[in-house]
Design a protein around this ligand. Structure first.
Ligand SMILES: *[C@@H]1O[C@H](CO)[C@@H](O)[C@H](O)[C@H]1NC(C)=O
Ligand SMILES: *[C@@H]1O[C@H](CO)[C@@H](O)[C@H](O)[C@H]1NC(C)=O
Ligand SMILES: *[C@@H]1O[C@H](CO)[C@@H](O)[C@H](O)[C@H]1NC(C)=O
Ligand SMILES: *[C@@H]1O[C@H](CO)[C@@H](O)[C@H](O)[C@H]1NC(C)=O
Length: 260
């Protein structure tokens, strides 16, 4: 029963994705970021499928094609339309929106904020309660795009309540999904409190072939991941309310942070 329900959800998701746009190529394009010298396998969604375009990339530990990695270094290049529609974008590390670890990112106050999410249905995903961790290496924001390079630890195996899943780097291809929206999230200062609209700037699933992602410099690159950007979230402890600082650690190359 449970298997049937999950299988149906997966089929429904694929149908949903394919009905709205043409599946894009899973063939990766190597991209080396000039500031960090990190080389990624990248997959780009064209302007015609998502206004402003979208690119996702991953770098992996050197043995990732034979031994499943638990983490990766990610590259997200997403688009903003104008000063109000700064948008949000996201990736599904399992391909489908449901039953996969989801990562959302959006620009706010000069920083790029991120939120791990999980959902079993087609509605606003819940906050992910597993141990995935994101540390930023660089973030750049301009009028039309925001780009984030980050280390994603414990991101390729996930657990939410009694459900678990994984993305296997040793079994090519890897199913990934993307989504992008025009409106900025509501309640943007705290990533776990955001409200988001439907991804009205496109979404799709693709079977990503890995080629240039594993690299012997991977471990060295992880040392650049020093910044945790948490946003401003109020945590009520008894009668006192404390606000966590917007970010900790040194400001990464190219990042602009606005003192709050
Ligand atoms: C590993 O990364 C370096 C630096 O970005 C790059 O020059 C090299 O081509 C990469 N190796 C592979 C096998 O892609
Ligand atoms: C901003 O972009 C959105 C999405 O394309 C559009 O609906 C809105 O009219 C734009 N606003 C302005 C002020 O240009
Ligand atoms: C904004 O960033 C994007 C992506 O890095 C880049 O292609 C574009 O040229 C930048 N725009 C400006 C005005 O610098
Ligand atoms: C990944 O998921 C598959 C299928 O559910 C399972 O057989 C495998 O043991 C999982 N691998 C890890 C590392 O969790």
């Amino acid at each position: 029963m449970r298997f049937c329900a999950n299988a149906f959800a997966a089929v429904a998701a694929v149908t949903l994705f394919l009905s709205t746009s043409v599946a894009q190529s899973g063939t990766p394009v190597a991209y080396t970021d000039p500031d960090t010298d990190i080389t990624f396998d990248t997959w780009t969604v064209s302007e015609t499928l998502s206004k402003g375009g979208f690119t996702f990339g991953i770098a992996l530990p050197s043995d990732a094609l034979t031994t499943d990695a638990s983490e990766f270094i990610g590259y997200l290049l997403c688009s903003s339309q104008n000063t109000t529609s700064t948008g949000w974008c996201g990736v599904s590390l399992g391909g489908t929106m449901t039953n996969s670890l989801l990562l959302l990112a959006y620009p706010h106050g000069g920083s790029i904020l991120t939120s791990f999410r999980y959902t079993t249905g087609y509605h606003m995903p819940d906050v992910y309660t597993g141990n995935a961790e994101l540390t930023q290496i660089s973030s750049t924001i301009n009028a039309t795009h925001y780009a984030l390079i980050f280390r994603c630890s414990n991101c390729l195996q996930w657990t939410q309540g009694s459900a678990s899943g994984n993305a296997s780097t040793s079994t090519s291809p890897m199913n990934l999904g993307w989504a992008q929206a025009f409106p900025a999230p509501g309640n943007p200062s705290c990533p776990s409190d955001i409200t988001i609209h439907y991804h009205d700037n496109g979404h799709n699933i693709w079977a990503a072939t890995l080629k240039n992602a594993p690299n012997t410099s991977y471990t060295d690159w992880t040392a650049m991941a020093k910044t945790t950007v948490k946003g401003r979230c109020s945590t009520k402890t008894g009668s006192t309310t404390t606000a966590t600082p917007a970010s900790s650690g040194p400001v990464p190359a190219g990042a602009t942070t606005t003192p709050k």
